[in-house]
Write a new protein. Structure first.
Length: 385
């Protein structure tokens, strides 16, 4: 056998060995990832991904099995949807619902059923009146978070936007009960929360627990659990993952940017809102994220986004319009506060735990920043014809 043939066989054997080694390494990594999966505690039903025609009911059962949601427009229910996946974690999406309608529901599993709760689907009418709240940087399970959660229960908005840092310090599954599900236990049974990832949420396995626990609407082309959009009445909302520019390896920022441009270019809603964790404009500790601002601000301006909500800095700040867009930092959801600053763009800033309440009525937007004791420390209005 000549040297050339021996060399070819050696090269082929080396490629096979390297291929086998890569396969083995991949298998080992997969097994390690599975070994790190944390089993969640039992959780009562919570509402996710509500639209004008659908809603998702999620829960974690005590035992492995299938799960059923019974639901209807009357307390006697009358309809059911089954999750045939055998496990403890369940998510059942109810479809073919009527817009702006109240539905009652309960969860049925092997060891019994939950209490009956209710929710209301999103309106489809462009002129519908509704309210939404914004909160961020909440998830430490402390007194301040509980006080803001109590405020949200009293405000009773139609939906809530969460601007990230849902669970401190690393977004691990073991911390979700005390730092998210317990503080919002009553609220999330009947009011949908739409969330985005924050820097603390992605520190553990690129936000794996967040992705397991939440079910946003993914009806629009290109949507993922990291970035998505939805409509509510005459408003369009876009949720974005600011951490793709930093430590989140779950996707690329260019993919998100392409989604954002397609999404904003196709919506015909009167009101447009975006929310993400890191702020394009902030005068507090972290300051503005100039990388994100350079990449996304031109799209917000081009497509006439009304307000961009964010968190990251543990303060409240509202800017004057910048390139036609108002930016609101709402990072006072419960974590320790930062000192509020003031820059040339600042219209109002305050270091206070709070929630933002926005009321939409036809051609008018009314925004209030509210402390847990009910004190309103900022009011702002916007008109859109």
């Amino acid at each position: 056998m000549n040297v050339k043939v021996l060399g070819q066989r050696f090269a082929s054997t080396r490629r096979l060995a390297w291929s086998g080694a890569k396969t083995l390494l991949s298998t080992v990594r997969s097994l390690l990832d599975r070994s790190q999966v944390e089993e969640p505690s039992p959780r009562e039903p919570y509402l996710q991904g509500v639209t004008a025609s659908s809603a998702t009911i999620a829960w974690v059962g005590d035992e492995y099995g299938v799960g059923t949601v019974e639901y209807g427009e009357i307390p006697q229910l009358g309809r059911e949807q089954v999750d045939t996946n055998v496990g403890r974690r369940h998510a059942v999406t109810l479809t073919d619902l009527e817009p702006a309608s109240t539905y009652h529901y309960r969860v049925v599993q092997i060891n019994g059923s939950s209490g009956t709760n209710r929710f209301r689907t999103a309106p489809a009418d462009e002129d519908s009146r509704f309210s939404f709240a914004v909160v961020g940087d909440s998830g430490d399970g402390g007194r301040a978070q509980l006080e803001v959660a109590g405020l949200l229960e009293r405000l009773r908005p139609d939906l809530i936007l969460h601007a990230g840092d849902v669970v401190y310090p690393r977004g691990a599954e073991k911390d979700y009960d005390r730092r998210f599900f317990a503080p919002y236990r009553t609220l999330i049974k009947e009011v949908p929360i739409f969330l985005v990832l924050g820097n603390h949420d992605v520190r553990h396995r690129d936000g794996a627990a967040y992705l397991d626990n939440f079910y946003p609407p993914l009806h629009n082309p290109g949507s993922t659990k990291r970035f998505y959009s939805f409509d509510w009445g005459g408003a369009h909302f876009v949720a974005l993952d600011s951490e793709l520019y930093h430590d989140d390896r779950g996707a690329g920022p260019e993919e998100q940017k392409a989604f954002l441009e397609r999404d904003l270019a196709t919506t015909r809603k009167r009101w447009k809102f975006a929310f993400l964790h890191r702020s394009l404009y902030s005068s507090s500790r972290h300051g503005p994220d100039e990388l994100i601002r350079e990449d996304l601000e031109p799209l917000f301006a081009r497509y006439c986004v009304d307000v961009v909500f964010s968190g990251h800095d543990h303060v409240y700040e509202r800017t004057a319009p910048v390139m036609g867009v108002t930016h609101v930092v709402s990072g006072g959801g419960g974590r320790e506060l930062y000192r509020a600053g003031k820059e040339r763009w600042t219209a109002c800033s305050n270091s206070a735990h709070h929630a933002v309440l926005v009321r939409i009525g036809d051609s008018r937007l009314d925004l209030e920043a509210i402390e847990p004791d009910g004190n309103v420390f900022d009011r702002w209005h916007l008109f859109r014809v």
